[in-house]
Design a protein around this ligand. Structure first.
Ligand code: KE4
Length: 425
C-alpha cells in the first residue's frame, strides 16, 4: 500500500491540514480527504459518502456545488479572476448586504473572518482613540493576535496570550470576561470603562459548541457600550445570513455599531466583511486614518458566489432551513434521551448544537466540562454510519438547504445506533 494522502500531507503541511480542526485531533483517528461535495453530501477519496453537517463551517448554506453558484463562479472566472481594481459585483454585494442588515450602512469586503475581525478591532480603536477591547471566553473571532487570548484568573481580567507567538503586549489591552455574565461585564466597565474601544461578541456563541446569549444579555451589552462610549461589535461570521437575512441582530433586535460577517456571503469562496455605521466605517482608509487593505478583497469569484447565494436566500429558504434544523435537533434529542445518554441539543433557529452534559451549557466553563470523550465516540459512530458532524465538540451543526427530511431521518437513525453504543457498557 503506497503512502496515504494523510501521510503525504503530514510530510509537507503541519499536521497534514491547512486548519487545525480538520486534523481530527479532538476526536481521534485520521481525517478523510474530500474528493467532491454535492448538496448535503461529501465523498471521500475512497468513495465513501457522508451526509455533511459541517458544510464548510456554515459557508455552504445551499449545500455543496449548488448549480447556480457553480455557474456564477464559472462565468466570473471566464472574465478574469482578480484585477486589483474595483468591479461592479463588489458594489452589488455591498448593496445586497446593506439592504439586508439595517445596521450596516457601509461595508468593506475582505478575504477571511479573521481579517474582518482584525479590521473591526483596529477600526474600533481608531474611531474611539481608546485601546481596550473586551471579548468573551470561548468566543472565537479568527486567529488575530489581539483576540487569541486566554482569560486570566478572576472574572474581568486582562488577557493572557492564548497562543505561542502572541506576546503579552499584544493582549495587554484585551479584557476577557465569561459569556453571559452580566456581573463580569459590569466589572469590566467599572475597571476599564473609558478605555474600552469596543466589545466584540458572537451574538450566538458557536465556537464553544452552541451557546445562546441569555435573555437580555446582548441588550445589556448595547446599553453598557452606550453608557461608556464604546462600540458594540457583533461577530456574525456564523450567524449572519444563517439565522435570517439580518442575522442574529435581526432576530434579537440589537443594533451593533459594527458587524463582522463571513462564510455565507462568500458562498464557500474566500470572502468576509466588516460593516456598520457610516461614520465609523469612513474612518477606514482611504477616507479615514485607519489603514486596511487586501490584494484579493472583493474578489470577482467570491462576490459572484456570494451574490448568488444571497439572492437565493428568500423567506421560504429560511423557513425551510429552520424546519430542517428543528427536525434534526428534535430527533437527536429524542434518540439520546431514549438511550439514557445525558446530552443537551440546543438550537437557535437554523443552528444546532450538541453537548454530552447533564445540564444546559451557559458559558465556556460549562462547555469544557461536557464529556468530550462521549462526543468523540458519538462522532465516530455517526461517521461510520456515513454522517459527518464537526470533529470537535466546540463547534455547531450546519444543516443546509440541500438536506432533505429523508437525510435527517437517516441521520437520526444513525444517531440512535451511536447513542445506543454509548450507553451500552
Ligand atoms: P476565518 O478566518 O476562519 O474565515 O473566520 C474566523 C471566524 C471569525 N468569527 C467566527 C464567529 C468564526 O466562527 C470564525 C471561524 N469559524 C471556524 C469554525 N468555527 C472556522 C473553522 C476553522 O478554523 O477551520
Amino acid at each position: 500500500m503506497g503512502e496515504s494522502l494523510f501521510d503525504r500531507a503530514q510530510a509537507r503541511i503541519p499536521g497534514g491540514v491547512n486548519s487545525p480542526v480538520r486534523a481530527f485531533g479532538a476526536v481521534g483517528g485520521d481525517p478523510f480527504f474530500v474528493a467532491r461535495g454535492q448538496g448535503a453530501y461529501l465523498w471521500d477519496t475512497d468513495g465513501g459518502r457522508y451526509c455533511d453537517y459541517v458544510q464548510s463551517w456554515g459557508a455552504s448554506i445551499l449545500g455543496h456545488a449548488h448549480p447556480k453558484v457553480v455557474e456564477a463562479v464559472q462565468r466570473a472566472a471566464a472574465a478574469g479572476t482578480s484585477f486589483g481594481a474595483p468591479t461592479a459585483a463588489e458594489v452589488e454585494l455591498a448593496e445586497a448586504i446593506c439592504d439586508r442588515v439595517p445596521s450596516v450602512e457601509k461595508v468593506r469586503l475582505v478575504s477571511s473572518g479573521t481579517e474582518a475581525a482584525m479590521t473591526a478591532v483596529r477600526l474600533a480603536r481608531g474611531a474611539t482613540g481608546r485601546p481596550k477591547i473586551v471579548k468573551f471566553a470561548g468566543c472565537y473571532h479568527g486567529h488575530l493576535d489581539a483576540l487569541l487570548v486566554a482569560a486570566g484568573s478572576g472574572v474581568a481580567t486582562l488577557g493572557l496570550p492564548g497562543s505561542a507567538g502572541v506576546t503579552h503586549g499584544t493582549v495587554a489591552d484585551t479584557v476577557v470576561v465569561p459569556y453571559n455574565d452580566e456581573a463580569a461585564i459590569d466589572e469590566a466597565f467599572a475597571r476599564f470603562g473609558d478605555e474600552i474601544a469596543g466589545v466584540v461578541v458572537e451574538p450566538v456563541a458557536a465556537n464553544m459548541g452552541l451557546v445562546p446569549a441569555a435573555d437580555g444579555f446582548l441588550a445589556g451589552l448595547r446599553r453598557r457600550c452606550d453608557d461608556h462610549g464604546a462600540l458594540l461589535v457583533l461577530d456574525e461570521v456564523i450567524t449572519g445570513f444563517r439565522l435570517g437575512p439580518a442575522g442574529a441582530q435581526g432576530v434579537f433586535g440589537v443594533t451593533p455599531d459594527l458587524s463582522v460577517l463571513g462564510k455565507v456571503i462568500g458562498g464557500g469562496l474566500p470572502l468576509a466583511a466588516v460593516g456598520g455605521r457610516a461614520d465609523v466605517m469612513d474612518e477606514l482608509a482611504p477616507v479615514g486614518a485607519v489603514y486596511q487593505a487586501g490584494t484579493l478583497s472583493g474578489n470577482p469569484l467570491a462576490t459572484a458566489a456570494g451574490l448568488t447565494v444571497l439572492e437565493l436566500l428568500d423567506a421560504n429558504a429560511y423557513s425551510t432551513l429552520e424546519g430542517t434544523a428543528a427536525a434534526l435537533a428534535d430527533g437527536l434529542h429524542s434518540v439520546l434521551a431514549d438511550a439514557g445518554v445525558p446530552a443537551q441539543v440546543p438550537r437557535v433557529g437554523t443552528l444546532v448544537g450538541l453537548f454530552f452534559a447533564e445540564q444546559p451549557v451557559h458559558d465556556y466553563d460549562d462547555a469544557r466540562a461536557a464529556d468530550a470523550k462521549a462526543y468523540a465516540a458519538f462522532f465516530h459512530g455517526l461517521l461510520d454510519a456515513g454522517v459527518y458532524v464537526a470533529p470537535s465538540s466546540f463547534e455547531a451543526m450546519f444543516p443546509s438547504l440541500a438536506h432533505t427530511p429523508a437525510d435527517v431521518d437517516a441521520t437520526v437513525e444513525a444517531a440512535a445506533a451511536a447513542a445506543g453504543a454509548l450507553s451500552s457498557p
